[in-house]
Unconditional design. Structure first.
Length: 133
């Protein structure tokens, strides 16, 4: 969209092409990182926005995102997300584990055409991911 192109241009964002280097038949994808806004976007092989990652604790050189003027729901605990989902009839999926030495404790709102994933690794909300399905 024109708005997305303007956003990338305004912040002088480089879009990184990630191709199937190992010939595993993995679709190509593109990445755009707005480090100062705490946001990373993933685009699919058709250059369609597929996922928005919102960093909340400054990991991986990202400034923590400021969501104070956002309509995005932010929760303090995984239990708070679960309670909100139950009160509002939202289906969830959840899990926990460790990946590359980093703890992940997550819960996801599952909607027919999108999902909202909350990652509470280390006991606090550290990332929100918005995905198309």
């Amino acid at each position: 969209s024109e708005e997305l192109i303007d956003l990338l241009a305004t912040h002088d964002v480089d879009v990184v092409y990630d191709y199937d280097r190992t010939y595993e038949n993995i679709p190509d994808q593109y990445w755009a990182s707005l480090l100062g806004l705490g946001v990373q976007m993933k685009f699919d092989e058709d250059q369609t926005l597929a996922t928005i990652f919102i960093f909340l604790n400054g990991e991986d050189d990202f400034t923590p995102a400021d969501l104070s003027d956002s309509d995005l729901l932010v929760f303090n605990t995984k239990a708070d997300v679960r309670a909100y989902a139950q009160e509002n009839g939202i289906e969830t999926t959840e899990g926990e584990g460790e990946f590359l030495g980093v703890p992940h404790d997550w819960i996801r709102f599952d909607f027919p055409d999108h999902a909202c994933h909350y990652d509470f690794g280390g006991g606090r909300l550290k990332k929100i991911s918005l995905h198309t399905t």
